[in-house]
Every structure is written in C-alpha cells, then in structure tokens.
Ligand binder design. Structure first.
Ligand code: CA
Ligand code: CA
Ligand code: CU
Length: 373
C-alpha cells in the first residue's frame, strides 16, 4: 500500500546514533560460530537473558528489557492445516540466533495525548497532513494529490480476500487528528494509540522524546517477554482458559468486526494483560513501526551458524510483491488481524509498509539504551 502513484524517494543509510554501542556489544558479547544451531533449521533454543540490571531506574512510561541471546523468527502455526498461519511465517524463516544489549522500551504504544504534546511543542506537521507534491508523484491525477491517508473501510458484505483495496481506501483529510477521515475525531481518545503516522512522523516523535525506534530484533526480543519459541507473547494458546489476550479482529473479516474481545476497532492502550516484561499490546491493537528496512529474504541472508549481534536490518528494502516500493518493517499486527487473513499476532511474524503511508491501524513505540542518554 502506498500513497497515490509512485512512492516518494526515500533516504537509505541515515546516520545511526547507536552504531557505537553496537561496536561495544561486539566486543562485549562477541559474534561467534554457534554449533548449537544447525544451519537453516527452525530450532528454538532457550532465551538467555543478560544478568546485568538496568544502570538506573526506567524513564517514565518505559520498562527495562534485559537483552540477551534469543532465537528469532516465527514458530509454526498451531494447526498444521492453517494455510493463513503457514503463509504468515514464510518471511520469518529461518529461525536464527541473535544477541541484543539491554534497553528500555515504552510500556505502551505511543498515545494520542503523547503525540499531541509533541506536536504542540514543535509545530510538527505529519506526512498525511501535507499536500502531496506533483513532483514526488509524477503522473498522478491531480484529484489524488490531496492530503490524506489510508483508512480501513470495510464492505458491508463478505468479499473474497484476494485484494486489500476492497477494504482500504485513500481518504482525503484522514490524519492523526482525524484517523478515519475529516469528520472523525480523537476527542476523548487521548489514551488510544496514535495512528496515521508515516515512518518520518514516528522518527520525528522519538527524536523529540530523546529516544529512538526499536530495531526489529529489539522489538521481537521485547515482545517475547523472556519466553522462547512460543506462538504468542504469552504462550502457545490464543485464548488461555478462554481469556482474551489481545485486541484483534473477531467475527468475519473484513465485513464484520464482532468485538468479542471487548473492542471493535482500536482500544485504549493497556486493556489486555502485559507480557513477561510488562509490555502491553505488543500483539494486536495497532501495528508498530521498527527501524529496519523490510527485505523478505533478510533472515535467510544472515550468516547461518552464527549469533547475529544487534542486527540493524538490511541496507535497503526489497519486497518481491512490490519491488519498487521502499518499505520498513511493521511488527505485532493490529485490531484487524484474524486467522482468516493474516495471523500477524503470532509473535515472530513480520509486517511491512511503504514509508510515507499512514493507516488507521499503524502506530509505534520507542526505545532507549542506557548508553544513549
Ligand atoms: Ca477487537
Ligand atoms: Ca501493537
Ligand atoms: Cu493483520
């Protein structure tokens, strides 16, 4: 999905403020051949958390993620007949060993109130609020060059699940203040996650907050909450003892969101149980931007039989479905995720999105490492 016509040019290889700490991690932990991990085989090994505690108390709203060594990638779907689940793990293979230093992470998705404070302090104007310039979208019909964003617009009847344009529409006037179009509002929704944010918007917010976006590896280590190889952040059962653990899509997709977990559509942050590290909504509610470029084959391209030390993703993006479109990784799935279509609440699975495109099921959360402040 992208804004109208051709995607804007993107800037690969921006300066990475944590590059120095990565070098430090290499010296400290060491990237080494790992003969416990047979090459290319989806084997989950125990998570080995760093013993070193946080150097100081967590900044407000953040929790300590101890870091350590873990197996990254998605487990098989619970049901071997589950074609949607099987498809969801294709770009999350092979399972591979990664080590990451400890860091703090926002306990929740960034909320409308938090984003509003940033906009008030800086006057920042999000991508969806800017009128697309003809030069950035050569050949685009003028009527499409209006400020807006993608909005989930479900049909009122069942449709074949072969074309997402049946339920996504580019809506004029949709932006973070008006998530589903000009006449929608976030009044009374200060504790809902902010949505309709492009990658640049998320990056601007975290910079203002003195933080940064997580790498894909950091995000997954944090989301797993210390467990290894489980299907979900809390274990292997989607609804243990019948309990709803995440805001996802119930009923029939896309035409009927039954809201059986208490929420049709987005929920305020923190309505479902935290994971092992105290993070809420890592599965579901809204997707979260991470800083890695998306490449479908990135895991397969990593050196096998080695522990990857704090990987920061490939140097450019490649999605075989849309090779010309620059995409970053999304993680965790959203209130629209269902086993009828995507199953992306499975913790190792990956999402992707064109960098200038906001949607009303996409937000983010930030991280901060001790040596970065
Ligand atoms: Ca729901
Ligand atoms: Ca989420
Ligand atoms: Cu989904």
């Amino acid at each position: 999905m992208s804004r109208p016509a051709a995607p804007r040019t993107t800037h690969a290889g921006r300066a990475l403020p944590w590059a120095i700490s990565v070098v430090g991690a290499v010296a400290l932990i060491g990237c080494f051949a790992d003969d416990r991990q047979p090459g290319g085989v989806a084997t989950f090994l125990p998570t080995i958390e760093n013993a070193r505690p946080a150097a100081r108390p967590a900044p407000g709203g953040m929790v300590w993620i101890p870091g350590g060594e873990f197996s990254m990638g998605a487990a098989e779907p619970a049901d071997s007949e589950d074609a949607v689940g099987a498809q969801a793990v294709v770009d999350s293979r092979p399972v591979h060993r990664v080590s990451v230093d400890g860091f703090w992470m926002d306990r929740t998705e960034v909320t409308n109130d938090q984003f509003a404070a940033f906009v008030k302090a800086t006057g920042y104007v999000t991508v969806a609020e800017r009128t697309p310039q003809p030069g950035d979208f050569p050949g685009a019909p003028p009527e499409l060059l209006v400020a807006g964003a993608l909005v989930f617009s479900p049909p009122d009847h069942a449709v074949p699940l072969d074309n997402e344009l049946q339920w996504w529409r580019y809506v004029k006037g949709a932006n973070w203040r008006h998530p589903s179009g000009a006449d929608s509002t976030i009044a009374g929704k200060g504790s809902h996650p902010v949505v309709q944010v492009a990658y640049a918007d998320a990056a601007a917010y975290v910079k203002w907050a003195g933080k940064r976006l997580p790498t894909e590896t950091e995000w997954e280590l944090a989301a797993r909450g210390g467990l290894s190889g489980r299907l979900y952040p809390w274990g292997d059962e989607l609804t243990p003892d019948g309990r709803q653990m995440t805001n996802r899509h119930h009923g029939h997709f896309p035409d009927d969101d039954a809201g059986s977990d208490g929420y049709a559509g987005i929920a305020p942050v923190g309505q479902f149980p935290p994971n092992g590290y105290g993070l809420v909504d890592v599965a579901g509610n809204v997707w979260e931007w991470v800083s890695d470029w998306y490449r479908a084959d990135y895991y397969a391209a990593l050196p096998q039989n080695q522990v990857a030390c704090s990987p920061r993703g490939p140097s450019s993006s490649y999605d075989p479905d849309e090779p010309a479109v620059a995409k970053r990784v999304h993680r965790g799935g959203s209130f629209l995720c269902t086993d009828q279509y995507c199953s992306r609440y499975m913790v190792g699975t990956r999402g992707k999105g064109e960098v200038s495109t906001g949607t009303n099921h996409l937000g983010f959360r930030a991280v901060l490492a001790p040596q970065e402040r």
